[in-house]
Ligand binder design. Sequence first.
Ligand code: SAM
Length: 235
Amino acid sequence: MLTVVPTPIGNLGDVTERAREALAAADVVAAEDTRHSGMLLHHLALSKPLLSYHEHNEAMRTAELLERLRAGANVALVTDAGTPAISDPGARLVRACAEAGLAYTVLPGPCAAITALVGSGLDASAFFFGGFLPVKSGQRGAELTAAVERDATSIFYESPHRLLKSLEALAGLAPARLVCVARELTKKFEEYRRGFPAELVAHYTAHPPKGEICLLVEGAEAAARREKLAARAGA
Ligand code: SAM
């Protein structure tokens, strides 16, 4: 059986009991980076055969893993951090199992997007996850425009090198929209910084951002509701 195993996004204490059990029961661990996952296995005092499974060999490896699953092997799938298939390899293998009628299960566990959403304090009743914001400024602008027009909260993965550019774009597109930068989640310097785009531009100009980042944008409906309430309170 295939078990999709989320792994910590920065704090080794976040390995769940079921993740540990699934890795211990695996005949083979398919890993995005075998060296990286080897360290996790070492931390868990486990020694398992590792097989690389990354974006460049996903197609070939999927066929190979299907064969092993058909033969009755226990396969655990991990990525470097967080939940496989979320801006990471994995969806192809799950889809192949589903289509082939092979048994699989997915363990719940760490995921930066969901952790960031909850910690942002933004409306979590409906949300959109956009993965990594595009590198090209035109496409990035289009993504951010769609985010400010959307009714749900938008969540993106973002690089520290491009965060300021995105915040500046948001300051132009929707200056009164709440934004949250969720940085280094579960790590020593974890930070949730909420504010209007220009406030965050000022902050991150003075303190250049480092580490891993999620960028969240308040949805249009929640912003309108918040502004209405503020106007009522001020009247
Ligand atoms: N599959 C992973 C998950 O479930 O979150 C995401 C993998 S994606 C390749 C890596 C990106 O996720 C990072 O560049 C960053 O945007 C975000 N990320 C991962 N860990 C994070 C953390 N501890 N704090 C904030 N963002 C994080």
